[in-house]
Ligand binder design. Structure first.
Ligand SMILES: NC(=O)CC[C@H](N)C(=O)O
Length: 191
């Protein structure tokens, strides 16, 4: 049966994720309110890039945060890009807030500073190979617990990682034409 992936669509770059999923022939729909989480059968969910403070605030205002957090703890496959990574982190080294707080990573927000706010490069992703990586005011992962698998590093900083049902990237694979990270999520995590 076709997998059904939700894309959190309350702020940020969610349309690009939908476009990639469509290219992969995966059914996807927008998650805009709590009932979208509870009323539909979900094989996985994507948390897009955007502004983590805004998405985090909206998750609370829409009464979605605790529900989503519990679903992830219960094993719902989740892929967080950029702000999505920050939402999943159990710690943010340069911010007092935490949001869903399900993944054993410590993130640094806006880690590349103003000068290098946005850039693209090629990087090696474990098991996939060289892929284009586009960073926009990106975080990186400063530390992880030993149960987190590191999938990509750039200049000694962790930019992709997995822990059980959770996959995160600092970069935006949805802003490139490379489908491989989404394909990895759908085929390796959403099973
Ligand atoms: N492109 C992005 O998602 C940027 C993330 C943003 N800097 C934040 O802290 O939320």
């Amino acid at each position: 049966m076709n997998k059904k992936i939700g894309v959190l669509a309350i702020q940020g770059a969610f349309q690009e994720h939908k476009d990639i999923l469509r290219e992969l022939n995966v059914d996807c729909f927008e998650i805009r309110q709590k009932s979208d989480l509870t009323n539909k059968v979900l094989d996985g969910i994507i948390l897009p890039g955007g502004e983590s403070t805004v998405i985090g605030k909206l998750l609370n205002e829409l009464d979605m945060r605790t529900q989503l957090q519990q679903m992830i703890i219960d094993g719902l496959p989740v892929f967080g890009t950029c702000a999505g990574l920050i939402l999943l982190a159990k710690g943010i080294v340069n911010d007092d807030n935490v949001y869903l707080s399900t993944m054993d990573i410590k993130a640094r927000r806006n880690a590349y500073g103003r000068q290098l706010g946005s850039f693209s490069t090629l990087g090696d992703f474990n098991g996939i190979g060289l892929i284009p990586m586009t960073f926009i005011r990106a975080p990186y992962i400063e530390s992880t617990s030993s149960s987190v698998e590191i999938l990509a590093t750039l200049s000694d900083h962790i930019v992709a990682a997995r822990q059980k049902n959770m996959l995160v990237t600092s970069f935006h694979p949805e802003l490139t034409s490379n489908l491989s990270v989404h394909s990895f999520f759908v085929n390796q995590l959403c099973i």
